[in-house]
Ligand binder design. Structure first.
Ligand code: ATP
Length: 283
């Protein structure tokens, strides 16, 4: 759906390029995660793909046509939920949504969406009376008001309690099931693992890794089994997951000792994040 080829971008006031030659594709119907440390250029990339930043080099195509050749019609097809919620704070939630809805030909049932995200009862409240999490949920509804084909989401569950985060994640999954495409940035690797079909890790303005979460875990994984057992005192040990059945020491422990815990130790996206981007995350 989107093809990005050797994209570079420099903010006019900066000396260095923020984006230093990245290439990737977002396939129709997938949830694609753009990940990386704070300040690496994820939002900048999102802004380029949503035509908010234009002075880039390299090529970006949307549905096989250069993005630069699209006019405002492009915005009819996309939904944007960037991190900083942008609303008219003196207007109610309902008034905000009505205002934005008028910009679009296709209009979603916002009452239904407000009900789903638990804001229907608050729709006549002014947005400046909303909590941070309420604004985030309203921002998410706003991204869906035009029944977009592709959703750009920047930290959509940021600051939400687990119940509300679950609702948002379920709506994102349903959006995909209905044929939608998503570009997601998030620092929450559990969310990314759950939602994304493929992810790209950015480091130093470039893409360090791009693949499915599963393949990345296989590539960077340790494939170990960790075991704790009772041998007068608690003993911890770990074994290679491959050929476990032929490992006499492991078999002997399982046969003769009281096992306290046993689990396979798979690499998490968190571990991979730190490994491939070379930094410890700061949220
Ligand atoms: N308008 C701007 N003018 C100059 N530099 C900018 C501007 N916006 C962002 N930058 C710089 O570009 C770099 C990338 O910023 P960007 O917002 O894309 O990062 P990010 O990966 O989305 O970070 P985060 O995870 O914190 O949201 C940063 O060094 C930032 O300071």
């Amino acid at each position: 759906m989107f093809k990005v080829n050797d994209l570079t971008f420099k903010y006019p006031k900066n000396k260095e390029n923020t984006i230093k030659g990245i290439s990737f594709e977002i396939k129709e119907g997938e949830i694609f995660g753009l990940l990386g440390p704070s300040g690496v250029g994820k939002s900048t990339t999102q802004k380029i793909l949503t035509k908010l930043l234009k002075d880039y080099t390299g090529e970006v195509t949307y549905k096989e046509k250069r993005l630069k050749e699209y006019n405002k019609e492009f915005y009819q097809e996309i939904g944007v939920g960037f991190e900083m919620p942008v609303h008219f704070s003196k207007l109610t939630a309902e008034e905000n949504l009505s205002f934005f809805k008028k910009l679009y030909k296709s209009q979603a049932d916002t009452d239904e969406l407000l009900k789903r995200v638990g804001l229907y009862e608050d729709k006549d409240k002014k947005v400046n009376e909303f909590s941070k999490g309420m604004k985030t949920r309203l921002n998410f509804v706003r991204a869906l008001i035009n029944n977009p084909k592709i959703l750009f989401l920047d930290e959509p569950t940021n600051g939400l309690d687990p119940k509300n985060a679950r609702i948002i994640k379920n709506i994102i999954k349903e959006f995909k099931q209905d044929g939608g495409t998503v570009l997601l940035t998030s620092h929450l690797m559990n969310d990314v693992d759950e939602l994304c079909d493929r992810v790209a890790f950015m480091a130093n303005g470039k893409i360090a890794e791009i693949d499915t979460p599963k393949n990345l875990k296989l590539k960077h994984g340790q494939r170990r089994v960790e075991i704790e057992y009772d041998d007068k005192e608690v003993v911890k040990d770990s074994f290679d997951l491959d050929n476990l059945g032929g490992n006499d020491e492991f078999i002997n422990i399982v046969k003769t000792k009281k096992i306290i815990t046993i689990h396979s130790k798979e690499t998490t996206l968190d571990d991979i994040f730190i490994k491939v981007t070379g930094v410890v995350k700061h949220d």
